[in-house]
Design a protein around this ligand. Structure first.
Ligand SMILES: Cc1cc2nc3c(=O)[nH]c(=O)nc-3n(C[C@H](O)[C@H](O)[C@H](O)COP(=O)(O)OP(=O)(O)OC[C@H]3O[C@@H](n4cnc5c(N)ncnc54)[C@H](O)[C@@H]3O)c2cc1C
Length: 395
């Protein structure tokens, strides 16, 4: 189905992004996969191209373009012509807006220009060894010591964890309430801030994912981001965008997997026919095309809603849930249609399959998405009537 959400300018942008990715990102994919990390130069080159934090005001060096469709184009093209571990969109739209929206004028002037040029790379650290889904249960603590904050704790599975120059760290600042969290910008080189291993993963091998340790880190007062004790609400505010970013990417991969499989099954032959001529293959491709197109219509609508400031948490959760589950089905079917070649690292579908497994886990797992959606339809166990609770207790 023709997509109606893009204008000519988006398509021109798509062409330039595509050639940037083909020339500056994709050729390094094998090297990065091997070394377990993207070269910093990738961010510098993306910065030169104007692809980082496009939404930021031009007084900081940004393009002042908040239209999410440009980021959507970048994500879609990266899924096909770039490298899955090049997490520019995490830098751009998942972490950057915390500074852009919560930062004071001074903080924005201090941090945004280097994030836009690619000299500074961003990460966000919520997940801890003790748990990720339960944000309110985090143990990393920060205390107000008068002229600084004292940060102690550890985080794990942090994307860009090795590359990051600025890490937005969530920590408990009011232990008397589960929601008493605050956000701090921890900078490379701060005393007591250590990085652990670059973790070995099933997929996304070119993406650096690390443990981070904070041992009595003295965080300057001016590095508190947003309001003291209000981080839980700040995090909730940004989650819809994070889930939409995911959904766009999972569909991008699904589309790319579909296309490379189409090429493969129309060339490869068995029993004197192309694989694509078997009824099983044709029906599998028909099912995938249908599901991808239907999902795309929903996600494109979510993008327009997001641009209008109306994307709800439950619609973002539906988009993330459906597209991540769909991506899993698509890459699995595409590997099957490739036969043994699909299991070989040299075929792109093999990496797509391995990379896709995490989509149902991070940025809120499928189970957490179902929780959010179930609550939105009125099935919220936290809001059970006192009568229901007391009759259950009596039973
Ligand atoms: C490659 C990668 C990159 C990541 N990048 C980052 C990052 O940059 N920053 C960051 O902060 N985190 C990051 N994460 C962490 C990620 O967000 C968490 O792994 C995820 O939120 C799940 O948390 P967990 O691993 O602690 O699993 P758990 O919370 O221990 O969950 C285990 C299982 O229980 C299920 N479960 C949990 N609670 C419920 C419930 N209430 N109802 C039903 N089922 C439930 C989960 O869905 C899951 O299936 C990353 C993870 C990976 C793998």
């Amino acid at each position: 189905m023709d997509r109606k959400i893009f204008d000519e300018e988006h398509e021109m942008f798509r062409d330039s992004v595509r050639s940037f990715l083909q020339n500056e990102i994709q050729p390094y994919s094998d090297k990065w996969q091997e070394q377990g990390i993207v070269d910093r130069e990738a961010y510098l080159k993306a910065g030169e191209q104007g692809l980082l934090l496009m939404w930021a005001d031009d007084k900081y060096g940004g393009a002042g373009v908040s239209d999410f469709r440009y980021e959507q184009v970048l994500i879609e093209e990266n899924a096909r012509y770039g490298d899955a571990g090049f997490f520019a969109s995490l830098h751009n739209r998942l972490v950057g807006p915390y500074i852009g929206e919560l930062g004071t004028e001074k903080q924005k002037a201090r941090w945004l220009p280097k994030c836009i040029s690619g000299e500074h790379i961003l990460a966000i650290a919520l997940t801890e060894p003790g748990g990720g889904s339960d944000v309110a249960g985090m143990r990393t603590r920060a205390e107000d010591k008068g002229d600084h904050y004292l940060l102690n704790g550890s985080k794990t599975y942090i994307s860009n964890g090795i590359l990051a120059d600025l890490v937005i760290v969530a920590a408990k600042t009011d232990p008397s309430t589960s929601h008493g969290l605050s956000l701090f910008v921890v900078e490379r080189g701060m005393e007591g801030f250590e990085r652990g291993r670059n973790l070995k993963k099933m997929g996304l091998k070119s993406q650096d994912t690390a443990e981070l340790y904070f041992n009595n880190v003295k965080v300057p007062k001016e590095n508190l981001l947003g309001e003291w004790n209000k981080a839980f609400y700040h995090l909730m505010h940004f989650l819809a965008e994070e889930r939409l970013l995911g959904a766009v990417g999972y569909l991008g991969t699904s589309n790319a997997a579909f296309d490379i499989t189409m090429d493969y099954i129309t060339e490869r032959k068995a029993f004197g026919r192309t694989i694509g001529e078997f009824q099983n293959s044709r029906f599998k491709m028909a099912d995938m095309r249908t599901e991808i197109d239907v999902a795309q219509a929903f996600v494109d609508q979510c993008v327009l809603e997001h641009n209008a400031g109306r994307l709800s948490a439950d619609d973002a959760a539906k988009a993330k849930l459906f597209t991540s589950e769909l991506e899993g089905r698509v890459v699995d079917t595409c590997v099957q249609l490739h036969g043994g070649a699909g299991y070989m690292d040299e075929y792109p579908i093999c990496r797509m399959y391995l990379n896709a497994r995490v989509s149902r886990i991070y940025a809120g797992s499928s189970e957490i998405m179902r929780e959010i959606i179930a609550r939105s339809v009125g099935l919220d166990p936290r809001k059970r009537s006192p009568q229901a609770v007391s009759s259950e207790a009596a039973a």
